[in-house]
Design a protein around this ligand. Structure first.
Ligand code: UFG
Length: 337
C-alpha cells in the first residue's frame, strides 16, 4: 500500500507541484487547503498530470477538528506543511493575520500531530531568516538576522517552535531561496492574486501586456551591475527536494530530529541577468525601467548547497534559462484560459 503524505496548502504554487512529485515517487498525497491563496484550478492541473484528483479537504489547518479527523481517516506517515501566507509587504500591514495563520497554524498542526501520534514533518522555511547576510553564499550555520517583517518573524518563530519540539517531532526544515518557474507542461504554475509583488510574475504579466512596464528596484547596489542578486530555484527542483525530505523521514534516515537544509541552486543572479535570460530564452523583449530601491530588499543572497547535496542527496538540476522558459509558457497558458 502506498504511504500517505498529508500536504497542507497542497493547491498552492509549491504545494501543487510537490503533490505531483509525491505521486510520481510512489506516495499518496492527501491535500488540505482553504483556498485563501490558491485556486481549485490547480486541482485540474494535478488531475491532468497524475490522472485523478487526490483526496482534498477545503479547510484551514487551524480547524483542529477537521485536521484531526483527516489524520484519523488517512493515517499519513508524514505531513508537509506549506499552508502559510508569504507576502512580505502584506505582513507589515496585517501582522496579526500572519501570526495567526503562520504561527498558530503551525502550532495547530503540531498539536494534532502529537495527539494522533504522527512525528514526521517537512516545514517550509525561507532564506528570509538570513536577512542581509555578512557573507555569501549562506550556509545553514550562518547566523540569522533579526526579521525584517512579520512574515520573516513567522518563519523564524516556526523554526524555533520546531527545534523546541524536536524531542518528539522529526522535522526537515527547508529554507527556500526564490522559487520560480512552473511545471514543464504548463499544467501547473503560480497564480498570484492581484498585482504581483514578486519579480517573475510581474515580469511575465508585463511581457503579456497586462502591466505597462517592469520597474527594476534600484541599480546602485554594491553588486556587479548594481541590481540585487538572488538564488532563483525552479519549483520542480524544490518539489523534488520535498520528496527527498519525506523519504528521509519515512526511512528513518535523519541524523538529528531537527534538520535544516538550504534549498537553492547555489548560483546568484541579478535582476538584470534575469531579464536578459528571459529575453534570450523566449526571444521577446521585457519592457523595463530602472526605479528607486524597494524598502527592505536584501542586496545579495544565495545558498551554499554543500549540506543539502551531500546529506539530503538533492541537487537542483534546472538552470535559469529553463526557469524563464517554463515561467513564460505558464503565463501563455493563463492567457489562453
Ligand atoms: N524586483 C524588481 N522589480 C519588481 C519585483 C522585484 O526589481 O517588480 C526585484 C527585487 O528588488 C529583488 C528581486 O527582484 O531584488 C526579487 O524580488 P522578489 O520580490 O521576487 O523576491 P524577494 O527576494 O524580495 O522575496 C522572496 C520571497 C519572500 C522571501 C524572500 C527572502 O518572495 O517570501 O525572498 O529573501 F521572504
Amino acid at each position: 500500500m502506498k504511504k500517505k503524505i498529508l500536504v497542507t496548502g497542497g493547491l498552492g504554487f509549491i504545494g501543487s507541484h510537490t503533490v505531483v512529485c509525491l505521486h510520481e515517487a510512489g506516495f499518496e498525497p492527501i491535500i488540505i487547503d482553504n483556498l485563501s491563496n490558491s485556486q481549485m484550478s490547480a486541482m485540474g492541473g494535478i488531475k491532468s498530470l497524475i490522472g485523478f484528483e487526490p483526496t482534498f479537504v477545503n479547510a484551514n489547518v487551524n480547524d483542529t477538528e477537521v485536521l484531526s479527523q483527516l489524520i484519523i481517516d488517512h493515517k499519513p506517515e508524514a505531513i508537509i506543511h506549506f499552508a502559510a501566507f508569504k507576502a512580505v509587504g502584506e505582513s507589515v500591514e496585517k501582522p496579526l493575520m500572519y501570526y495567526e495563520n503562520n504561527v498558530v497554524g503551525l502550532i495547530s498542526v503540531l498539536e494534532v500531530m502529537k495527539a494522533q501520534g504522527i512525528s514526521n514533518l517537512v516545514f517550509s522555511s525561507s532564506c528570509t531568516v538570513y536577512g542581509e547576510p555578512d557573507q555569501v553564499p549562506v550556509l545553514e550555520t550562518t547566523p540569522t538576522k533579526p526579521a525584517q517583517s512579520p512574515y520573516g518573524a513567522t518563519k523564524q518563530m516556526g523554526e524555533i517552535i520546531l527545534k523546541d519540539n524536536a524531542s518528539w517531532c522529526k522535522t526537515q526544515c527547508l529554507r527556500y531561496f526564490n522559487p520560480i518557474g512552473a511545471h514543464p507542461t504548463a499544467a501547473l504554475g503560480e497564480l498570484p492574486l492581484g498585482i504581483p509583488n514578486n519579480l517573475i510574475p510581474y515580469l511575465t504579466q508585463t511581457v503579456a501586456g497586462l502591466r505597462n512596464e517592469l520597474t527594476v528596484f534600484g541599480n546602485d547596489y554594491d553588486t556587479p551591475d548594481g541590481t540585487c542578486i538572488r538564488d532563483y530555484i525552479h519549483v520542480m527542483d524544490l518539489a523534488e527536494a520535498h520528496v527527498k525530505a519525506v523519504e528521509r523521514l519515512v526511512q528513518n534516515k535523519q541524523e538529528e530530529n531537527f534538520e535544516l537544509f538550504n534549498i537553492g541552486t547555489g548560483n546568484g543572479f541579478s535582476v538584470l541577468e534575469v531579464i536578459q535570460s528571459f529575453e534570450k530564452e523566449n526571444n521577446i523583449q521585457v519592457p523595463h525601467k530602472i526605479g528607486p530601491r524597494r524598502a527592505g530588499d536584501v542586496v545579495k543572497v544565495w545558498a551554499d548547497t554543500t549540506k543539502v547535496n551531500n546529506v539530503l542527496g538533492w541537487t537542483a538540476k534546472r538552470g535559469l534559462d529553463e526557469m524563464m522558459r517554463d515561467s513564460w509558457n505558464w503565463q501563455l497558458k493563463l492567457q489562453k484560459n
